[in-house]
Design a protein around this ligand. Structure first.
Ligand SMILES: *[C@@H]1O[C@H](CO)[C@@H](O)[C@H](O)[C@H]1NC(C)=O
Ligand SMILES: *[C@@H]1O[C@H](CO)[C@@H](O)[C@H](O)[C@H]1NC(C)=O
Ligand SMILES: *[C@@H]1O[C@H](CO)[C@@H](O)[C@H](O)[C@H]1NC(C)=O
Ligand SMILES: *[C@@H]1O[C@H](CO)[C@@H](O)[C@H](O)[C@H]1NC(C)=O
Ligand SMILES: *[C@@H]1O[C@H](CO)[C@@H](O)[C@H](O)[C@H]1NC(C)=O
Ligand SMILES: *[C@@H]1O[C@H](CO)[C@@H](O)[C@H](O)[C@H]1NC(C)=O
Ligand SMILES: *[C@@H]1O[C@H](CO)[C@@H](O)[C@H](O)[C@H]1NC(C)=O
Ligand SMILES: *[C@@H]1O[C@H](CO)[C@@H](O)[C@H](O)[C@H]1NC(C)=O
Ligand SMILES: *[C@@H]1O[C@H](CO)[C@@H](O)[C@H](O)[C@H]1NC(C)=O
Length: 898
């Protein structure tokens, strides 16, 4: 018998089994309880109750219920994240219940003491609700309980002593409440407790010494309480503890020597306390240690060189303590060390070369110490250093030419030292520098190397307070991502180059250089006309939005189109209108098209590029304005109607990257998918690129949802909305399949064709990714407000999960008919936070969903709730938890079919 047949049989058998499963029925009492529970809690997906004719096996097929076939009882209830509220007491009648998961709902009021009757219960999760009052002592009746989770509620009072009777408890979580009293000493008598988490409460007193007697304890997390006294040495005695988190308490005393006797200890976080003394050298025996964080204490002495024996150490953070002595060279031998954070101590001497060359070191922050050596010439030999922060020390000598080897650097901070000599031209090789380059407050002299102009991802440049002389090289205009600059208090001279980030800076960025002239300083350069920069005097906040990497050398990280745009958003219409008005004046001298083409052979006759250019000079033709472009409706002399997208760059980047751009457009035009808007042609004039698309008559999804229409047929009903959502998902899933990441997903780029099919636009502004890495970095956050995933703010990477988040926001818009950002949500709250916060506010789905749709029919409401669940998955704050676009599509198609 072939293997294939076996597989087939297995599939058949498992299919049979699951159908058999469904046929499980409940005893009459249990069924009555289930019906009563549904009546009380109104659980989505559960049947309409009160139907006496229904046979009782239907209940076991309702979502979230698992029944026990032999005893005809309910065995498990999984009812998390359903916006549920109401009286839970009835559940305590399901006497055979083993698992009860009610996490992340809207339950409020006291925890029903009658739940203590569930003597078979093994798993109880009531976290993320609004339960108040104290933990009922009656829960001591849960004699089979292994896992208890009451985290994230409003519970007060002490942890009741009666719970000592829960002898089988393995995981005990009561974090993020307002519990007071102290840590129960009886926990130490437990021979089963593996996890105890009570962080973010008001627990006081000392950590009981005998907690260490809990022989199976692996994870103890008590951060952010009011704990006093010492770290009990007994904690390390059993040798099983892996994770110890005591951050942000009032613990004093010394770190016990016994810490070294715990061979399993992998993560220690004891920062933000009042610990004193030295770190015991026995730490070298904690051979599993990977993470040691003890910042913000009063620890002193030298760094135990024994840390070098912890061969798995990846992070060592001893910042803001009273350590002195030199940084032990031995730390450089730790093969996995990724972060060494020692700022705010009194270390002196050299920065060991071994550490600077450490193969996996990613972040070295030794700022604000008394380091008085030099920067070694052989810095960064083969290292992966991304953050090198040496500021506020007494470092002497020159910046070595070898700095050019630190090619992975994102941030270089050498400010406030005693560095002399000139800025090495090799800094121009640090092409990845993004976050900042800070050389301020040193004794650097000589000229600014023009090579710095190659740092095209750099956001912040500070060379202030040195003795730098000569001009600001015009090549600096290559730093296309700059937002912040500081050249002040040097000896620089000559005109400030015309470059938007310079002219938009405050004049304090250039002051203290007697020889500099031009905007934004008040001193005119001879023969230049300051008036021509009138518009630039407006102090508008601006944000760089870009889609650039485009290094020809990079094999896989290439950008579909090299477009560099300074989008001046927010309160800037004035400037924008003024500049458009200025452009209109140019209409007399018609712009000359320098390049143009129509990709579709049989449209060539019907399209006139000159008319396209003319049409985009009239505001009245504007259809929509996105982050990267403005879209116009253009009627050709032939009668053909087009959508023309106008991209405008600064600093002639379109002209500079013209041939690359044309190649990419040609490639994109051949992408064929009904839900993607591919270009049919283009025209380039001056520094403007026009991209031509077929006209889609029904505007954008944003208009459909948010602009009140007079024509009733345009009223977007739920099935139409759902199929638009699915269309967008199909388009994005197709892009992700090709490893293309969209940079600006929002409802304003979803166009609707004559049949209201969704067509995703702006795919020209997208990024091709290295599939092996799955991300690409950008110098500034791309996207539209309200749609930007939270992690972009610090990772500065556009990712596929980031796209999924933005798509989730579109789903929420479709479900709620609300804008992604709106003042009605309250300060700092966007649509996502507003929806996520609904259970905490005690709101029902009806208060979230657009009631005009959800009240139309039971089916619509059910589908909307199912889509809401998908939207919440997509907008999870943790990128890794979001589903892939393909999975999202599957889930939505399932909603539609059912
Ligand atoms: C009641 O149950 C019967 C039989 O299972 C079913 O046909 C009917 O649709 C149910 N009625 C309601 C209101 O759910
Ligand atoms: C069914 O009930 C019997 C008697 O109460 C009990 O011993 C048995 O463990 C139950 N079966 C299951 C699978 O829970
Ligand atoms: C819940 O219902 C039970 C009886 O079913 C009742 O005794 C109890 O007071 C109710 N609790 C609340 C908070 O209403
Ligand atoms: C359930 O618990 C309540 C309160 O804890 C108690 O009064 C009641 O007798 C119990 N019911 C059963 C069936 O054990
Ligand atoms: C609550 O705690 C249990 C036991 O530790 C755990 O399995 C469960 O995932 C937690 N619930 C949530 C929502 O994190
Ligand atoms: C603990 O909190 C409860 C309720 O908030 C309060 O009544 C009690 O006095 C507090 N106990 C201590 C020791 O702070
Ligand atoms: C270090 O980590 C590796 C991989 O996780 C593990 O196999 C090894 O046992 C660890 N070494 C020690 C000393 O714990
Ligand atoms: C280092 O600190 C210790 C304890 O704080 C102190 O006794 C010692 O004198 C200091 N050494 C130096 C060189 O500053
Ligand atoms: C650095 O400072 C230490 C302590 O102040 C001093 O002993 C040492 O000589 C200094 N080293 C250099 C190179 O200046």
């Amino acid at each position: 018998m072939g293997e294939g047949l076996w597989v087939l049989l297995l599939v058949l058998c498992s299919g049979f089994l699951s159908r058999f499963d469904l046929a499980v029925s409940l005893s009459r009492d249990e069924a009555a309880t289930v019906i009563a529970i549904n009546e009380e809690l109104r659980i989505p997906g559960w049947g309409v109750t009160g139907n006496a004719s229904g046979s009782s096996d239907v209940y076991c097929s309702w979502p979230g219920i698992r029944c026990d076939a032999q005893n005809s009882t309910v065995e498990e209830l999984h009812l998390s994240r359903l916006f549920l509220g109401g009286n839970l007491s009835l559940i305590s009648q399901l006497a055979a219940l083993k698992k009860l998961d009610l996490a992340a709902n809207s339950f409020r009021g006291p925890i029903p003491p009658s739940l203590g009757n569930l003597s078979k219960l093994e798993f109880l999760d009531m976290s993320m609700n609004m339960f108040s009052g104290s933990i009922p002592k009656e829960l001591s009746g849960l004699r089979s309980l292994k896992a208890l989770n009451f985290s994230d509620n409003l519970l007060v009072g002490e942890i009741p002593g009666e719970l000592r009777q829960l002898e089988k408890l393995e995981e005990f979580q009561v974090s993020s409440n307002s519990l007071n009293g102290s840590i129960p000493a009886w926990l130490g008598n437990s021979s089963s407790l593996r996890v105890f988490a009570a962080y973010e409460n008001e627990l006081g007193g000392e950590i009981p010494e005998n907690l260490g007697n809990a022989s199976q304890l692996r994870s103890l997390n008590l951060h952010s309480n009011r704990l006093e006294g010492n770290i009990p040495k007994n904690l390390f005695a059993a040798g099983k503890l892996q994770v110890l988190i005591l951050t942000q308490n009032r613990l004093g005393g010394e770190i016990p020597d016994e810490i070294g006797s715990c061979q399993s200890l992998s993560s220690v976080r004891i920062g933000d306390n009042n610990l004193v003394g030295a770190i015991p050298p026995t730490i070298g025996n904690a051979s599993s240690l990977t993470y040691f964080e003890a910042d913000n204490n009063n620890l002193s002495g030298v760094i135990a060189p024994e840390f070098a024996l912890c061969s798995n150490l990846t992070l060592l953070n001893l910042a803001s303590n009273g350590f002195n002595g030199t940084i032990p060279e031995e730390l450089g031998s730790l093969p996995d060390l990724q972060e060494l954070i020692l700022y705010g101590n009194s270390f002196f001497g050299e920065i060991p070369l071994s550490i600077l060359g450490s193969k996996n070191l990613n972040k070295l922050d030794v700022s604000n110490n008394r380091l008085n050596g030099t920067i070694p010439a052989e810095i960064c030999n083969g290292s992966r250093l991304q953050y090198l922060v040496l500021g506020e020390n007494l470092i002497k000598g020159e910046i070595p030419h070898g700095i050019g080897n630190c090619i992975k650097l994102l941030e270089l901070h050498l400010g406030s030292n005693y560095l002399t000599g000139s800025i090495p031209t090799e800094i121009g090789r640090l092409k990845n520098l993004q976050i900042s380059l800070n050389l301020s407050f040193n004794h650097l002299h000589g000229g600014l190397p023009s090579e710095l102009g190659k740092l095209d991802k750099l956001v912040s440049l500070d060379v202030s307070n040195n003795k730098l002389s000569g001009p600001i090289p015009p090549e600096f205009r290559g730093m296309m991502s700059l937002i912040e600059v500081n050249f002040s208090n040097n000896l620089l001279a000559g005109p400030i180059p015309e470059f938007v980030p310079f002219q938009k800076s405050p004049n304090s960025s250039f002051s203290g250089n007697v020889g500099l002239c031009g905007v934004p300083l008040n001193s005119l350069c001879d023969g230049s006309n300051v008036d021509s920069h009138e518009g630039l005097h407006h102090r508008v906040s601006y944000k760089i939005v870009l889609a650039v990497v485009g290094s020809g050398a990079a094999v896989f990280v290439a950008v579909s189109i090299v477009v560099l745009l300074f989008m001046m958003r927010e309160r800037q219409e004035k400037v924008a209108r003024a500049s458009r008005a200025a452009e209109k004046d140019e209409t007399n001298n018609r712009p000359t098209i320098v390049a143009g083409n129509i990709f579709i052979e049989n449209l060539k006759q019907a399209i006139d590029l000159d008319s396209s250019v003319q049409a985009t000079l009239k505001d009245s033709n504007i259809v929509s304005t996105g982050t990267f472009s403005t879209v116009y409706k253009v009627v050709m002399p032939s009668g053909l109607v087009l959508l023309v997208k106008r991209l405008k760059s600064v600093d002639r980047s379109i002209i500079h990257h013209q041939s690359k751009m044309i190649r990419e457009l040609d490639r994109l035009s051949r992408l064929s998918h009904v839900n993607l808007m591919t270009p049919i042609g283009y025209a380039i004039y001056e520094d403007v690129a026009l991209l031509l698309h077929c006209y889609l008559p029904n505007g954008t999804l944003a208009q459909l949802l948010h602009v009140v229409s007079k024509e009733p047929e345009y009223e977007p009903d739920w099935p139409r909305r759902l199929s638009i959502a699915i269309g967008v998902a199909e388009g994005l899933a197709f892009l992700h399949h090709l490893a293309v990441i969209h940079l600006d997903i929002c409802s304003g780029i979803v166009f609707l064709d004559a049949d209201f099919n969704a067509v995703v636009g702006e795919i020209e502004i997208s990024k091709l990714l290295d599939p092996s890495r799955g991300t690409a970095s950008i110098s500034a956050v791309a996207g539209s407000f309200g749609y930007i995933p939270p992690e972009y703010a610090y990772t500065m990477q556009v990712t596929a999960p980031g796209n999924v988040y933005s798509y989730g926001v579109i789903l929420l818009e479709i479900l709620t008919t609300r804008l992604p950002v709106d003042e009605v949500f309250g300060e700092g709250t966007d649509l996502v936070k507003w929806v996520q916060g609904a259970p905490m506010r005690g709101e029902t789905p009806e208060q979230i969903l657009d009631a005009k749709l959800s009240t139309v029919s039971f089916t619509w409401r059910k589908e909307m709730l199912a889509v809401l669940r998908v939207a919440l998955l997509c907008t999870d704050n943790i990128p890794a938890k979001r589903p892939k676009m393909k999975k999202v599509l599957e889930m939505l198609q399932e909603v539609k079919q059912n």
